[in-house]
Design a protein. Sequence first.
Length: 121
Amino acid sequence: MFDAGLFNYWFVVALMMTGLYVVMSRKNLVKKVIGLNLFQVSVIMFYVSMGKIEGGTAPIVVEGAAEDVVYSNPVPHVLMLTAIVVGVATTALALALVVRINEAYGTIEEDELFADGEDDQ
């Protein structure tokens, strides 16, 4: 049932489901942001592990090299570098919003925020 060659896929799925569980089950907004980061990291790990080819080298053509050289595709790795930058920016924005919510409402607990919204109406 468990194949050592598929370890990275099992790890990615476990990390993804952990992040999804944290987002859905926790009421604290900071914990939800952490869950989203776990989910994002699992997707990045999936793409990076898919881009790795056993025995592959960097796609740099060298004169005099053999014709049967196997190259790894650099596109997934480059795309994930961009995804990391976007993830850092969205995490910073989400945490800034949590700070502003805390300043405005005095709490970052989701159920208390919904209770405050019902009292205002």
